[in-house]
Design a protein around this ligand. Sequence first.
Ligand code: ZN
Length: 410
Amino acid sequence: MNISNCGTIILSNCPVCQNTSENSYTVIVDSIEYKDTELDYSVDICLACGCMYAKQRTECKELYTPKMDVEKENVHQINEVYSPKKIWNYQNKKLQATELLAIVKKDEVKYLEIGSSDGSFFYVLNKLSEINNISIKGTLVESSGASEKCKNIFDCRVVTESILSVKDIETKHYDIAVLSHCLEHFDNPGTVLSIVHKALADDGILFIEVPDGMKVDRGITSPLSYFHIVNYNLLTLGELVRRCHFEILDVIERDNYPGLRLIARKKAKGKFHTENRGTLSMSLLWTKSAVRCWKHHKETALKKVHHILQKLTHDSRLLIYGVGGHTKKMLDQFPGLMNAANCDFTDSNPPRMYKGRLSKDSRHLIFESYDYVIIATYAGQETVYQKLVRMGCPETKIIKLYETINSYAN
Ligand SMILES: [Zn+2]
């Protein structure tokens, strides 16, 4: 199946500091496979502010329409009923909700969320505010198919299009605007924040969470995902927010989940303060250091696979856990792995075709039939390892692709 609406987007300016994109350098050009189509993108670093972003990429408009729900595959969403056990990353959402309620000291709150996904954060916030006798009226903006689930949450309005095309967002209306793991998906974050600025009441609060650009995935895939256009660090996120006429009240780098959280208050439009050149050159040093760290871990993992490949004989039997981007990259680099007498794939997802072979249902694996079991997933590596051991896989057969990963909360 082919996808439609593909074209190439080239950014002429850095999404954060607006300096010309010619003042940048390319770290890597990469691609992901989506429905048999290669979506290419570059990973670039702005020399003026140190922001990491995709200067050029294949656009796929279909990804941001109600018929698409990409995150569902990553199990980042609820299937049926809302409950703490079923909400992805529940503990982190509860922490966010607690932080938000602590800054908005009102009994009735008008709430706007951009990129609300399945609405589970608003659900958690609603439950917590009920306990605190606060009433919250929410507007949830979500252009993907995840918006369907938001409609099940009591007392909210769901807008199923991109914030960039919504015509009837109220002006000077909302007490809070939340963008949780959303802003990094836009190549024009300044435009998004100016819409939010307009929608917020004069003392309105902006709450942003983004992935931490200093803790990028240290794996064999790119330091920037295709779906994220920008990797922010504390300095570039602060710079962007100030440029959009907000006063930063609080900012934190979370340790249990690789994300930055920033809280700001709307200011009247006027002259804005930008960081001095020294601070932004520090940001550039940070980003370069994050890239060096990523390269080191990538090379270490590739050496490990090279070592396994050398040990394989014509009758070796191999099981690869994971049918995602990390496995694809590993096999692109070492196609010889597929020549093992047995090279089977498995994953926690339902069996599907991968590299011309049907992946095995992980519940029915017979570990005696394999010499090596490679775990080629990133975020879930430790969980998969524990699961395999519980299922009876000898620890001596298991090879973890990565020595260390940035841990994610559940
Ligand atoms: Zn820049």
